[in-house]
Design a protein around this ligand. Structure first.
Ligand code: HEC
Ligand code: HEC
Ligand code: HEC
Ligand code: HEC
Ligand code: HEC
Length: 186
């Protein structure tokens, strides 16, 4: 009864999707306070131009923190007299020689150790942990996606090497990542 089997698996899939949406809604709406940014920076416009995530967040490849791009990088493209209000603000930071005071949105408790470099080198995609940043017209007031301890451990337990989205493993490397408490709690 193939038809019946697939009907059931569809129901299962809908259940999972609904549960996911519910969790997403609860965490994104009530879990954390909304953060405002000094400039309404649109990720979407910039990624549509073909810029890479690490083109602006360069430190993700070398450091624990991913960092934000320096004002000089922004004004290299947005130079000269600006007419749009958000770009006038950018121009003022540039002329003052100031870094833009971006505020943090994603944040782990202080006792949890996390390093971008290790994950980026292992080819885990940014979006696996941050969600679809390339769709944003304005800065996210809250994380699009957050990682609980079981999300971190879940991936470490079944990691077998990079694949499509970094979550689904291809049987190729077959090596687990440490899940000892001390790996993340230092
Ligand atoms: C043109 C430069 C640029 C590119 C390219 C870019 N970003 Fe950003 N990103 C920024 C700036 C500026 C901010 C701070 C404003 C904001 O939150 O939108 C930021 C903020 C973020 C944050 C929020 C960090 C926090 O906690 O405050 C994440 C996550 C992020 N970017 C991920 C990505 C990913 C993933 C990509 C690729 C899909 C990407 N960025 C591409 C400039 C860029
Ligand atoms: C590679 C070139 C490039 C870089 C680097 C770049 N931008 Fe842009 N940005 C553009 C282009 C092109 C547009 C779309 C056309 C426009 O609005 O000028 C744009 C649009 C914007 C807009 C939307 C303006 C509006 O109101 O429509 C903002 C805000 C902005 N950029 C801020 C920044 C900031 C802040 C940085 C540095 C973190 C940055 N840009 C880095 C090229 C760039
Ligand atoms: C394995 C999950 C994971 C991956 C992959 C990942 N991040 Fe993050 N990112 C995090 C976590 C967790 C935090 C919060 C870290 C903290 O509070 O110490 C964070 C914080 C950030 C921040 C803000 C704080 C900082 O480090 O400057 C930016 C910006 C950021 N990530 C961008 C990126 C970009 C760009 C990529 C891809 C090149 C990426 N991340 C890949 C999990 C991830
Ligand atoms: C999508 C998969 C994935 C997720 C989600 C993920 N990690 Fe990892 N993590 C990896 C991989 C793969 C490595 C190993 C890279 C290597 O050894 O080459 C790693 C390594 C690490 C290491 C270094 C381990 C060591 O032996 O030194 C730490 C620390 C770490 N992760 C913390 C975290 C934390 C904290 C989170 C959640 C906020 C997290 N990771 C989420 C895939 C993931
Ligand atoms: C792969 C990374 C990772 C490993 C391994 C890990 N944890 Fe965690 N743990 C986390 C993250 C991330 C959080 C914060 C989750 C959040 O903010 O929701 C956390 C939170 C906690 C907390 C809540 C207090 C706090 O720090 O926020 C406790 C208690 C804890 N972990 C204990 C443990 C113990 C005990 C082990 C070993 C059996 C362990 N953890 C292994 C990543 C890890």
């Amino acid at each position: 009864m193939a038809g019946r089997g697939s009907y059931k698996s569809w129901l299962g899939a809908i259940g999972v999707a609904a549960g996911g949406l519910l969790a997403w809604g609860v965490f994104s709406s009530f879990g954390t306070p909304a953060v405002g940014q000094p400039i309404e920076f649109p990720h979407k416009t910039h990624l549509a131009m073909g810029l890479q995530c690490t083109g602006c967040h360069q430190r993700a490849e070398t450091d624990a923190a991913a960092g934000r791009p320096p004002t000089e990088l922004c004004v290299a493209c947005h130079s000269g007299e600006q007419l749009k209000p958000e770009l006038k603000k950018l121009q003022a930071f540039g002329e003052g020689g100031e870094q833009i005071p971006w505020r943090r949105v994603w944040r782990l408790p202080p006792d949890v150790f996390f390093s971008h470099r290790i994950h980026v080198a292992a080819a885990v995609k940014c979006q696996t942990c941050h969600g679809p940043m390339e769709t944003l017209d304005r800065p996210p007031p809250r994380p699009l996606k957050t990682l609980s301890m079981s999300d971190c451990i879940g991936c470490h337990e079944r990691w077998e090497g990079p694949a499509g989205d970094g979550m689904m493993a291809v049987k190729r490397v077959g090596r687990r990542v440490s899940t000892d408490c001390i790996t993340c709690h230092r």
